[in-house]
Design a protein around this ligand. Structure first.
Ligand code: SF4
Length: 264
């Protein structure tokens, strides 16, 4: 494959993942002496060694969007608002038939992690392995997210990990508006109960849902947004990182912002 073709494919893939209006093409540097048309190989990005110090906190990026949807009250008829624990929410999710995704699921995937987690990670929705196991972020994406946590001195067991959608979509398509609208009260209630210090939104669907915006992931990165006052950092979904290893470095930068907020 020619280098130009490879770059064009990378461009299209980034557009697909980022939502169309933000594209980060690596600028290849031509080494003097190379024949025209030949470029240096793109260097493999460096993800810090797990356990390595994340370094001195740096100045935080500017504030971004703020979304503060009204919380339900305990007297509301909605059973989601009457839950008191994460297990209560998981039990409601297990029996949920509020959207058509209930029809083909094997398991619901409500999320997992400690109830006192300071860091909450929100992804898009379960994939095939998650649907089979009932657990979020397993398989290769799960291995990668475990490495990402290790890079900021977190163990997976310390983080609450969940998704916007709690049931798998057919062929892993993006969840539709009505499916997100039906499912998002579970996520909002989970965040209400957890009261984390930071939320890491991984991927465009998570970011757009948490911040109630249609802005692309590219436009939302590198800012400190707020959901009900809780800082929200936006970064790539691990599955996208597996397809685009050159996004690991910016992902590290965004994850380190989350670490800096936790340390501050
Ligand atoms: S995706 Fe959410 S709203 Fe739809 S059936 Fe599953 S738990 Fe219910």
């Amino acid at each position: 494959m020619t280098n130009g073709r490879a770059l064009a494919l990378k461009y299209l893939e980034q557009q697909r993942v980022l939502g169309g209006d933000a594209v980060i093409l690596p600028t290849p540097e031509v080494t003097p002496g190379l024949r025209p048309g030949l470029v240096n190989p793109i260097p493999e990005p460096v993800v810090p060694t797990p356990g390595a110090s994340p370094g001195k906190p740096e100045e935080l990026p500017p504030p971004g969007l703020s979304f503060d949807p009204p919380s339900g009250d305990l007297f509301a008829a909605d059973p989601v608002q009457q839950t008191h624990t994460l297990a209560d929410i998981a039990a409601l999710v297990a029996d949920c038939t509020k959207c058509k995704l209930c029809e083909a699921r094997t398991n619901t995937v409500p999320g997992e992690g400690p109830s006192d987690a300071r860091l909450v990670v929100v992804g898009e929705g379960p994939g095939r392995t998650e649907d089979e196991t009932g657990r979020p972020f397993v398989g290769k994406a799960g291995e990668l997210i475990t490495k990402i946590f290790a890079a900021i001195d977190f163990r997976r067991e310390q983080v609450f990990i969940c998704n916007v959608g709690k049931c798998r979509t057919p062929e892993n398509r993006l969840p539709q508006y009505d499916e997100i609208a039906a499912c998002v009260p579970y996520l909002h209630r989970q965040i209400d109960l957890l009261k984390p210090a930071v939320i890491l939104a991984m991927g465009g669907t998570a970011a757009q849902t948490l911040l109630n915006t249609k802005q692309s992931l590219g436009a939302l990165r590198n800012q400190v947004h707020r959901f009900r006052g809780i800082p929200v950092i936006v970064t790539y979904h691990p599955a996208a990182l597996l397809r685009n290893p050159n996004w690991k470095r910016p992902t590290w930068d965004y994850v380190r912002i989350a670490r800096d907020i936790l340390d501050s």
